[in-house]
Design a protein around this ligand. Structure first.
Ligand SMILES: Cc1cc2nc3c(=O)[nH]c(=O)nc-3n(C[C@H](O)[C@H](O)[C@H](O)COP(=O)(O)OP(=O)(O)OC[C@H]3O[C@@H](n4cnc5c(N)ncnc54)[C@H](O)[C@@H]3O)c2cc1C
Length: 337
């Protein structure tokens, strides 16, 4: 049973993360969000934080972002989203698997998820992480596992997206993606992150293949050498990359909750005559749900990424880091217990 928790506060909470410093003749507004973000992502590795959040997180609020701990719990959530005109993908939460047997078991569980999606008639595809399928143990193992999942997906006329993890995994992820395409797995796509300095080059290299790519800003703590720490720059890069992907790519999954970017992309696509066979807006389950429905009602193609599983800790921490107000919301749920 998924517990019902108070919904998060509105944007006014964001002011809690801004400090205004008065100086002679001018006001300086310091945006503390990047500091909170770094702090939360760094704290994720702390065993004490992990212990507390793992013990209480689901009751305190992980259920807002996760469609249950089991596939049985996730299926009705996916169906309800479909009934509201929303496409979905689902993910068995987990990453960083350290033994081969577990990696193979995860792949086999994904086959069962694909069979169940087909049996239930859901408009749901799969998004998975290569480190969940054994990437840290070897590229060949991860390749064999994801190829098996892609083959089963193809039998059902379904699709598999390979999520993008930390920058250290980008090369291996793109190699595996290219190998899948070369081996005839056309029903596979991956993800590029606008925060990474390398991404314009990666996009340029992939475009001749007319790829199916999801574009995101990037959810990981990255060194400044590889990722731009300036959010304004990351947002601007997103728009540049989105324009190029929309005009030259095969399919563009515009994955963001950023209203300005969504509006910009929709008007750009309309002006260029790019239809929903070429792009969709993607958002995460539990974030801006009314906007997801409104976009679908307005005739836009929208996909809601809807994960499930008991290994929700890292996923939840990334969602908290994206918006400091979420941390205050979690804390208020704790105080209310
Ligand atoms: C479908 C999907 C798939 C993704 N896959 C990947 C992936 O494979 N690899 C990867 O690195 N990252 C992935 N991400 C995460 C992404 O990189 C960003 O961390 C995340 O989307 C937040 O950035 P934003 O584009 O929404 O913009 P932001 O500028 O961070 O947010 C814009 C606005 O959206 C709202 N918002 C954003 N995040 C939250 C939140 N957690 N809680 C509440 N409100 C929020 C707020 O109103 C905020 O002001 C994915 C995101 C989506 C939507």
């Amino acid at each position: 049973m998924i517990p019902i928790v108070a919904m998060p506060p509105g944007d006014q909470m964001m002011t809690a993360t801004k400090a205004t410093a008065a100086a002679p003749g001018r006001h300086l507004t310091l945006d503390l969000n990047p500091i909170f973000r770094k702090g939360i992502l760094a704290a994720t590795q702390n065993p004490a934080v992990a212990g507390i959040v793992r013990a209480h997180g689901m009751r305190l609020g992980a259920a807002r972002f996760v469609a249950g701990e089991t596939l049985d719990e996730a299926v009705p959530v996916l169906r309800q989203l479909n009934e509201r005109g929303l496409r979905t993908n689902t993910t068995m939460l987990g990453e960083g698997v350290r033994d081969e047997a577990t990696a193979r078991a995860v792949a086999s569980d994904y086959l069962a998820v694909l069979d169940r999606i087909a049996a239930e008639g859901l408009t749901t595809n799969i998004a998975l992480k290569l480190t969940h399928l054994g990437l840290d143990l070897g590229e060949d193992l991860a390749y064999a596992n994801v190829a098996a999942v892609a083959a089963r997906a193809a039998q059902h006329g379904n699709f598999v997206r390979i999520d993008m993890e930390e920058s250290a995994r980008v090369d291996a992820t793109l190699r595996i993606y290219l190998r899948l395409l070369a081996d005839g797995h056309a029903n596979v796509g991956t993800v590029l992150q606008s925060c990474l300095r390398r991404t314009p080059d990666d996009l340029a290299a992939l475009l001749p293949l007319r790829p199916n790519l999801r574009l995101v800003k990037g959810a990981y703590l990255e060194p400044a050498a590889v990722a731009d720490p300036d959010k304004v720059e990351v947002d601007a890069a997103y728009v540049r990359l989105a324009d190029r992907l929309l005009t030259e790519g095969g399919f563009a999954a515009i994955a963001t909750h950023d209203e300005r970017i969504i509006d910009r992309v929709l008007s750009f696509a309309d002006r260029q005559g790019i239809g929903d066979d070429r792009f969709e807006i993607q958002m995460l389950y539990g974030i801006r749900p009314q906007r997801q429905i409104d976009l679908a009602k307005a005739g836009r193609r929208v996909l809601v990424a809807t994960p499930f599983g008991s290994h929700w800790y890292h996923y939840l921490m990334r969602r908290l880091a994206e918006r400091p107000a979420n941390l205050a919301w979690l804390a208020s749920n704790l105080a209310r217990r």
